[in-house]
Design a protein around this ligand. Sequence first.
Ligand SMILES: Nc1ncnc2c1ncn2[C@@H]1O[C@H](COP(=O)(O)OP(=O)(O)O)[C@@H](O)[C@H]1O
Ligand SMILES: O=c1ccn([C@@H]2O[C@H](COP(=O)(O)OP(=O)(O)O)[C@@H](O)[C@H]2O)c(=O)[nH]1
Length: 189
Amino acid sequence: MIFHLLSRLSAKVPSVVYRAALIMKPQVVFVLGGPGAGKGTQCTRIVENYSYTHLSAGDLLRAERSREASEFGQLIDSYIKDGKIVPVEITINLLRKAMEETMEMDEKKFRFLIDGFPRNEDNLQGWTTVMEGKANVKFVLFFDCTSEVCIDRCLERGKSSGRTDDNRASLEKSLAVCTCDCDPILGLF
Ligand SMILES: Nc1ncnc2c1ncn2[C@@H]1O[C@H](COP(=O)(O)OP(=O)(O)O)[C@@H](O)[C@H]1O
Ligand SMILES: O=c1ccn([C@@H]2O[C@H](COP(=O)(O)OP(=O)(O)O)[C@@H](O)[C@H]2O)c(=O)[nH]1
C-alpha cells in the first residue's frame, strides 16, 4: 500500500526524498560479553537463520588499523594491545559508515547485530549523541561466560587468529574492563 502510494508520488517528488522514504531506520541489537564469550560465533549462526547483518566493532577497528591511509592506525593498535577501549568517536564513525554502506547496497538490510559495542557508559553516551533518532536499539544479547573459560578459548583462538590481543596479558586487562564497565550497560536495557 505504502509502496503503491510512493510509486504514484514518485513522479512528483525529488528522487532523494523518494529513496529516503523507502529506507528503513536501522534496527539494532547490541551483542555483549567478555572476549571469547562466543559473540562472534553466535552472531554468525544468527545471520545464517535470520535477516541480520553482523557488524563486529572489533573487526571494524582492526580493518581501520590495517588501512594504509588511516590516521588512527597506531592509536587503535596500542589500545587493542592494551585491552583498552578505543575513543568512542572513532568506533561510532566506523559503525555508522558500515550501517550506511550496508543499507545503501541493499535497503532490505536494516537489521544489525552490533557485536562488542557499547563496552562502557561512555560508548553508550557516544552512540546516543550520534545515533539518537537515527536507529532503534531493540535489546542487548549478553553472553555470560566465566573469565577462565574466556581466557582458555581466546588462547586457543590465538593459535590461528593472528590477533595481537589473544594473549593472557591483553585478555586479563580486557576482561577487567569488561567486568567493571559492561555491567552498568546491561542495567540500562
Ligand atoms: N559455546 C562454545 N563452546 C566452546 N567454544 C566456543 C563456543 N563459542 C565459541 N567458542 C570458541 O571460542 C573462541 C572465541 O569465540 P568468539 O565467538 O570469537 O568469541 P568473542 O567474539 O566473544 O570474542 C573461538 O575459537 C570459538 O570457536
Ligand atoms: O567497541 C569497541 C570494540 C572493541 N574495542 C577494542 O577492540 C578489542 C577487541 O574487541 P573484540 O570485540 O574484537 O574482542 P572480543 O571481545 O571479540 O575478543 C577490545 O579489547 C578493545 O581494545 C574497542 O575499543 N571498542
